[in-house]
Write a protein that binds this ligand. Structure first.
Ligand code: UD1
Length: 378
């Protein structure tokens, strides 16, 4: 079969890497063409990941760039349509929940090309989150839905999606994590380069912070509150803060960068995958509003404190190291203090987060294609 595989934004890259590797290897290769929409385009947001994760150069780059949600989604659709027509694949494979995911899924579905969704069925039940809309709609459009956690099947059943389309296969992002752990850049190296070597020398260890959700960084009251409590807690353990471009721009516009000016907070440009992996695996705790980091910390066994009111990845709470704290200062303070005092929440690695998800997906796609061909031949 011939697949058109789509990526657009940073969290897509660690998901597509093991899939491209699986598709392009083995005795029965699939033909997999890679399309990058261009949603993320900076060297730090894109190129570093392609290089470090060994993702093949995109065969097609739509060069879309930033814009409002509607502009970005519409522009991706407009540019993807002729590509889809020219390539005429057996299916379009999309990953995750970003605007590129829904845009390309919608174009494919309208052209009658089957959509395959990797990381389907996750729900935060918070429609205020742009990704939630992308998740619900992409799943409705998909012919094959691949789950990272078994409980997601219930979400899809509730939305009327036929059971035989749904396959629990594990987590491709954890395929990437396990495959790259031995090559992670040591925390010493990243900290030394950034001038934060003292963090490791004085025995206080360090925490890692990432923030980029619009609900946290676009609202001045919320961002001020979060950065304020981070500054306070940095006296308990220093904080390393690689800043998403959006977050840096907002903090600057709101005049909040000075809250971060203390020797106990190290602000950095966005890090490469191997740098962040090295930092996270040595951290005493991770504070984040990212989806991916909630899962990666669970796989690493590092305590994760999630600065959101909900999660679409509940297994990281029920089985993993994740605690949802929202943006309430007292609650954040309490959970950070407890984590520092006790070493934090311990968990176990969820079922099928074993590094083999991409291989399972490949096999299911091959079987699905065989069945379709057989049905067509009758
Ligand atoms: C997107 C995803 C989000 C994901 C996040 C990870 C959607 C709806 N959101 O959010 O789910 O968690 O990526 O990073 O798809 N920018 C740059 N350089 C870049 C890309 C973006 O400077 O390479 C800046 C631009 O100012 C842009 C802003 O970041 O306007 C937002 O980019 P956008 O792709 O719209 O959304 P993210 O916030 O990155």
């Amino acid at each position: 079969p011939k697949l058109l595989c789509v990526v657009g934004a940073r969290p897509n890259f660690m998901k597509i890497a093991p899939l491209m590797a699986a598709f392009r290897s083995g005795p029965q290769p699939l033909t997999a063409t890679l399309v990058h929409t261009g949603q993320h385009y900076d060297a730090a947001m894109k190129t570093a990941f392609f290089d470090q994760l060994g993702i093949p150069e995109p065969d097609i780059d739509l060069g879309v760039g930033s814009g409002s949600h509607s502009q970005q989604t519409a522009e991706i659709m407009r540019r993807f349509e002729p590509v889809l027509e020219a390539e005429a694949p057996d299916a379009v494979l999309v990953v995750g929940d970003v605007n590129s995911t829904i845009a390309c899924a919608l174009v494919a579905a309208k052209q009658g090309v089957p959509v395959i969704h990797v990381e389907a069925g996750l729900r935060s039940y918070d429609r205020g989150m742009p990704e939630e809309i992308n998740r619900v709609l992409t799943d409705q459009l998909s012919e094959l839905l691949f789950l990272t956690e078994a409980g997601a099947r219930d979400n899809l059943r509730r939305e009327g999606i036929a059971d035989e389309r749904i396959h629990f296969v594990g987590n491709v992002m954890i395929d990437t994590l396990l495959g790259h752990l031995s090559r992670a850049v040591p925390a010493e190296q990243t900290l030394e380069r950034a001038g934060g070597m003292g963090f490791l020398q004085d025995g206080r260890g360090f925490g890692v912070l990432t923030l980029h959700r619009p609900s946290n960084v676009d609202e001045p009251v919320v961002l001020r509150r979060l950065l304020g409590v981070i500054r306070e807690l940095s006296t308990r353990t220093p904080i390393v803060f690689p800043m998403h471009p959006r977050t840096r721009a907002r903090a600057r516009d709101m005049g909040l960068m000075e809250l971060l000016e203390t020797p106990d907070i190290l602000t950095l440009e966005p890090l490469g995958y191997l740098e962040l992996l090295g930092l996270m695996s040595r951290a005493r705790l991770v504070l984040t509003d990212s989806g991916g980091l909630q899962e990666e910390t669970t796989a690493l066994g590092v305590p994760c404190i999630t600065l959101r009111e909900n999660t679409e990845r509940p297994i990281t709470v029920s089985q993993g190291t994740n605690t949802i704290v929202g943006t309430d200062v007292a609650r954040i303070r309490a959970v950070v203090e407890e984590t520092l005092a006790t070493g934090g929440k311990r968990g176990r690695v969820p079922e099928l987060w074993d590094g083999k998800a991409a291989q399972r997906i490949k096999q299911i796609i091959l079987d699905w294609h065989d069945r379709r061909e057989a049905a067509r031949a009758v």
